[in-house]
Write a protein that binds this ligand. Structure first.
Ligand SMILES: *Cc1c(COP(=O)(O)O)cnc(C)c1O
Length: 354
């Protein structure tokens, strides 16, 4: 990897939108800051990133993103502590994962210093946009898409890498009711489920809408081959607590290697909680729900951190989870957010000062 002192050009926005934002009532990801970072891939290499005013992009109707879906993204957050210091959480992991996704989608990899130095420069410029209200953060969306032209079904020769920011409140409110999906699949062996590729999410919308129409909030994806094992909760990794053992499905071609997931596994190990990374059968869940040993289920991902599940549905039967005192969900959420917001010691080396 080449490292050079980077001179990131900044074109400032003429006016700021920040005065129009109600920071006490932020939704998730629908307000954007004044600037974005852009790098263009042309003639076989990525250009030095530049910061420009946040604005629409003009593309040719034949741009390959529209036809062949070469599009990948990341999701991360910046946090502001009480002393106005800015923190990231394991940002190099996002950078590396973006390039893992890039490789699978035949997209050229972004140099790590363009990602990291570009992100830091944009964060410093937009620091006033990082909310300080509890639970709020600056959501960071790095993404790459095929901007090159042509109807020929082949990888594009031009791409855009963009980082945009959205000050955001908490992601989910309350516990979620989920439906175990037996017909549709999110991903398959040899497929792109492990990549944060745009099409993975498009493919989830229809089955999720069917579940919503039945009164659920989310779908639990099962393996595409037998539909007997649970794999992910919507766009989150899934955790189950049976008695005092924490279970999660092992990562694979089909399952995204979540940073929240692996942080939870480390914290659990550190706290002496028994952990099993193994296939979790739907039949095992149902048995555990019936005999009372199923204590908790939750999704894990950057946006919500932890999303506790109150009920799961399977073949028209709903199984309610108990209210478990001293839940693992609450413990992990507190430990992770305390590290993220610089409220507690970080003995894992995850917090990154901007
Ligand atoms: C992003 C994502 C996750 C969570 O990953 P984090 O790194 O924890 O945010 C899990 N599953 C899917 C399908 C995802 O897209």
């Amino acid at each position: 990897m080449e490292t050079k002192t980077m001179n990131i050009k900044v074109e400032k926005a003429k006016t700021s939108k920040i005065g129009q934002v109600d920071f006490d009532n932020l939704a998730f990801g629908n307000v954007f800051t004044d600037h974005m970072l852009v790098s263009n891939y042309k003639n076989g290499s990525w250009g030095v990133p530049e910061i420009v005013p946040y604005q629409p992009i003009t593309l040719d109707p034949s741009a390959k993103i529209f036809h062949y879906g070469q599009s990948i993204f990341e999701g991360m957050k910046a946090y502001k502590d009480e002393k106005d210091a800015i923190w990231l959480f394991r940002p190099m992991d996002n950078c590396r994962r973006l390039n893992i996704s890039a490789k699978r989608m035949a997209i050229p990899e972004i140099p790590e210093d363009y990602f990291m130095e570009g992100l830091k420069a944009l964060l410093k410029l937009e620091k006033d946009w990082i909310p300080q209200t509890p639970g709020s953060s600056l959501y960071i969306r790095p993404f790459i898409f095929a901007s090159g032209n042509g109807f020929h079904a082949s990888p594009a020769d031009e791409y855009m890498f963009i980082i945009a920011f959205a000050p955001s409140g908490a992601y989910f409110s309350g516990k979620v009711k989920v439906l175990i999906e037996e017909k549709y699949s999110r991903s398959a062996n040899g497929g792109v489920g492990f990549a944060k590729a745009g099409g993975n999410y498009a493919g989830q919308f229809y089955p999720t809408q069917l579940a919503v129409d039945k009164g659920y909030n989310q779908v639990i994806w099962t393996d595409d081959n037998t539909h007997e094992y649970i794999e992910e909760a919507g766009a989150m990794n899934i955790f189950v607590r049976i008695n005092d053992t924490l279970l999660t499905a092992p990562t694979s071609d089909r399952i995204l290697d979540g940073i929240t997931r692996k942080s939870i596994l480390k914290i659990a190990e550190n706290k002496g909680i028994a952990v099993e990374e193994r296939k979790i059968a739907v039949s095992e869940l149902i048995e555990a729900a019936k005999d009372g040993s199923l204590k908790e289920m939750f999704g894990a991902g950057t946006a919500a951190v932890i999303s506790p599940i109150s009920t799961f549905g399977f073949r028209d039967v709903d199984y309610d989870l108990p209210e478990t005192p001293n839940s693992y969900a609450a413990l992990f959420k507190k430990r992770i957010t305390d590290i993220q917001y610089n409220r507690a010691e970080d003995n894992f080396g995850w917090r990154f000062k901007v």
